[in-house]
Design a protein around this ligand. Structure first.
Ligand code: FES
Ligand code: FES
Length: 625
């Protein structure tokens, strides 16, 4: 398809350039004009990070073909602080602390600017409504709404401009004070460069070929046609790994690209570096792979059964890690108990959903040092693993941590940095890889799904005598952080309670699912959910108040945990007092639920809501709430 001569006014300047008709406006702005303030979070019109003005109307530039913007006036986030001075809204975002990782913030500022242009007196509800097309994963929306209200009031003269200034604190006096983030101006203005915003002269673009199979043997990989294509500078597979191939936070069992076998849908098999993304994609389509499909196993309990498909030869029982803990005599503890309660609990896989998809840039510097820039949450470990994988001394490997557009544990795994380093070495040119949202979801680790069976023995007064917990987690195809998650889950299984007899078994199991990995709380969530839910059920069966059953079992200062850790101070009792007070808790047995409870029906407690839609017989949507 022939190029289009694209003419527009961008941030007040005339632009006339050749563009591809299929090109998205977002790519034209970011790649051709190097205006990287607005980001790509989803590429599907859902997150709003790419929002720009086209003829004054807020548009999601990932959805707009560049041809549609022909002859228009386009304003990006860079237009708001063109002279270097932040707009009132940007200052308000800074003042209100409305930026954490910052990745969504340029889009938020654009949407907020649109909201106040449409209605300079918009109230909070209208502001919320007008920002409804934008997603933030980490700031929490309240500070963003606070910022927009502050800007509105300053713009309308209800507040003086000085309301945007920070009260200066004396040097060193920061504890207990509101201190503004020093990196906020670069975030609210879009000037902060995330890895996907970075470029280098001569840079190549990387694309990754991923497995369509959950479990298959790779018979052959033929990259010759891809390598022969114009614009392709390098193709790599596991055969290009010069050192000891394997990464993972605890067990180094995941190869940089599949080696002889694929173990989950989305696993990397080959990568291409080419002059542009489209050429790299075409080259991927030219790689021929012969597979022999193997029976997959997706359920961890099935994977533990005799005769189940084996994911890794070195783990014929599919157990990644088993953590057993034994304290006291559990059989005796249950025999002494006046009530024994057994229940099962499960939690699901959860996607981290950081707004910034994985991205990285790599090059070999003038001293032959392999440099990788990426939003890694674990650069020291990555550096050591990569040195071993590419067979270089540690002094020849450098990791630079770029701003992290949200991580939550999901960027602890070296899932793509190895491919970047290998391609930089092979092509001797800078290479960059930016995941699509789909790629990010399909190929990166999730929170460990868990199934827990919990048995607790108690006395009538609520004292716990014995705990028997068995938790089976789906670790997915590779080890990553599973060992650590199993350890922490086992360590926290008994909660902050004094339990004399404890038996805990946590199992991380290999399956052919997407690998599970680190995620905020790292195993604590799964066991805490089971233990705390179980305590509520036990309280109900014993006719006790849930606060009471926790207080009667709470560890106190100087307690020793079931893993023999000697604690100094234990704040649980104080935390329970504070929670009881703040929640307006009505003491009693937790067998009265919903709106009949006075503490849940208070004005300051939001009523339970549910989303749903109903369709009438004629197919029209009748109601939605
Ligand atoms: S809405 Fe365009 S990138 Fe998400
Ligand atoms: S600050 Fe909004 S996604 Fe991180």
């Amino acid at each position: 398809m022939s190029d289009l001569q694209f003419n527009a006014t961008v941030n007040g300047r005339k632009v006339s350039r050749a563009a591809k008709p299929h090109q998205r406006l977002l790519d034209f702005i970011r790649d051709d004009l190097n205006l990287t303030g607005n980001k790509e979070g989803c590429g599907a019109g859902e997150c709003g990070t790419c929002s720009v003005f086209v003829d004054g109307v807020l548009m999601k530039s990932c959805l707009m073909p560049v041809a549609k913007a022909q002859g228009t006036q386009i304003d990006t986030i860079e237009s708001l602080a063109k002279t270097g001075e932040l707009s009132v809204l940007q200052k308000a975002f800074h003042k209100a602390g409305a930026s954490q990782c910052g990745y969504c913030i340029p889009g938020m500022v654009m949407a907020a600017t649109a909201a106040l242009r449409i209605n300079p007196f918009a109230d909070r509800e209208e502001i919320k409504e007008r920002l409804g097309g934008n997603i933030c994963r980490c700031t929490g929306y309240q500070k963003i709404f606070d910022a927009v209200e502050l800007a509105r009031d300053v713009q309308n003269g209800r507040l003086p401009a000085t309301a945007l200034l920070e009260t200066e604190t004396a040097d060193g006096e920061v504890i207990g004070k509101n201190v503004r983030r020093i990196d906020a101006p670069s975030k609210v203005s879009g000037r902060l460069k995330y890895a996907g915003d970075m470029t280098m002269p001569g840079m190549l673009h990387v694309q990754v070929l991923r497995s369509p199979h959950a479990h298959a043997r790779i018979v052959s990989i033929d990259t010759s046609a891809a390598e022969a294509m114009d614009g392709v500078e390098g193709v790599i597979t596991s055969a290009d790994v010069p050192g000891q191939d394997g990464f993972g936070v605890f067990v180094h069992d995941q190869p940089i690209m599949a080696r002889g076998k694929v173990r989950y849908v989305g696993e990397a098999i080959a990568a291409v570096a080419a002059d542009d993304v489209l050429t790299a994609k075409r080259a991927l389509a030219a790689i021929k792979i012969v597979y022999v499909a193997l029976t997959p196993v997706f359920d961890p309990d099935e994977a533990m059964r005799e005769g189940a498909p084996v994911v890794h030869d070195y783990a014929p029982d599919n157990v990644t890690k088993h953590i057993p803990i034994r304290v006291g005599d559990v059989t005796k503890g249950f025999a002494e108990s006046e009530l024994v309660v057994e229940e099962s609990y499960s939690t699901q896989a959860i996607e981290h959903a950081y707004l910034e998809p994985e991205a990285g840039l790599s090059y070999v510097d003038h001293d032959g040092v392999v440099v990788v820039i990426s939003p890694s949450q674990n650069i020291t470990h990555h550096r050591h693993m990569l040195a071993r994988i590419i067979a270089k001394p540690i002094s020849k490997v450098r990791f630079i941590m770029s701003p992290v557009g949200g991580g939550f544990g999901g960027k602890e795994d070296m899932i793509y940095q190895g491919m970047l380093a290998l391609l930089a070495m092979k092509t001797q040119r800078p290479v960059r890889l930016v995941f699509t949202r789909e790629e990010s979801i399909i190929s990166t680790a999730k929170r460990h799904p868990s199934r827990t069976t919990l048995r607790m023995g108690l006395m009538r007064d609520g004292r716990i005598r014995a705990l028997d917990m068995r938790m089976v987690c789906d670790g997915g195809a590779y080890g990553l952080s599973t060992e650590g998650v199993m350890r922490k889950a086992a360590i926290l299984a008994a909660g902050p309670y004094v339990i004399p007899n404890v038996k805990v078994d946590t199992y991380g199991i290999y399956t052919n699912n997407t690998p599970s990995g680190a995620f905020r709380s790292f195993g604590a969530l799964q066991t805490a959910f089971a233990t705390e839910s179980h305590l509520d059920i036990c309280a109900e069966r014993l006719g006790l108040d849930p606060f009471h059953i926790r207080r009667i079992n709470a560890m106190q200062d100087g307690a020793t945990t079931h893993t023999k850790a000697k604690l100094g101070t234990v704040s649980l009792s104080r935390a329970l007092d504070a929670a009881e007070k703040a929640s307006g808790w009505e003491a009693g047995v937790p067998n009265v639920r919903g709106q009949t409870r006075g503490d849940l029906a208070r004005d300051d407690v939001r009523p339970a809501v549910s989303l749903g839609a109903r369709f009438a017989a004629d197919g029209k949507q009748e109601a939605a709430e």
